[in-house]
Design a protein around this ligand. Structure first.
Ligand code: IDP
Length: 137
């Protein structure tokens, strides 16, 4: 089942020089490929759209401040079961609870600064790809 997913390498990943490491893990998966990629400091409107479901939660404002604090890498990754697969590579939201071997488990400690976002369903992937790559069909 070939799918596409939207992946963000958050500002902490870029600041810490972990972009190559994380992209390497994604590219190493058989048959997966990056079909779009951009380094960009995200703006609040884009992020408000992306994180609309979290508006009003206590972590929302600090999350937004963090997400505009420097450039992120936005990517579309395509391949077999890639939606579930990138989530599995990333590990759960809390990096301390994430298993060693996962991206968050290997590199993160802070829930907010957990290095990577990956779409959680086909519907989210479609919605998020349009937010970050509006020119693509
Ligand atoms: P996910 O990124 O693992 O799918 P979501 O629940 O969609 O997790 O949360 C979006 C992002 O918001 C998380 O990746 C993390 O950066 C931040 N976040 C979520 N819950 C908390 C929290 O309880 N405290 C601080 N930040 C949080």
């Amino acid at each position: 089942m070939t799918q596409r997913t939207l992946v963000l390498l958050k500002p902490d990943a870029v600041r810490r020089g972990l972009v190559g490491e994380i992209i390497g893990r994604i590219e190493a998966k058989a048959g997966w490929s990056i079909t779009a990629l951009e380094l960009r400091t995200l703006d609040r409107d884009t992020l408000a759209d992306h994180y609309a479901e979290h508006e009003g939660r206590p972590f929302y404002a600090p999350l937004m401040d963090f997400m505009v604090s420097g450039p992120s890498v936005a990517m579309i990754v395509e391949g077999e079961r890639v939606i579930e697969g990138v989530r599995a590579l990333s590990g759960p939201t809390d990096p301390i609870a994430a298993a060693p071997g996962s991206i968050r488990g290997d590199f993160g400690t802070i829930v907010r600064e957990n290095l990577i976002h990956a779409s959680d369903s086909e519907a989210s992937a479609e919605r998020e790809m349009k937010i970050f790559f509006p020119g693509l069909s």
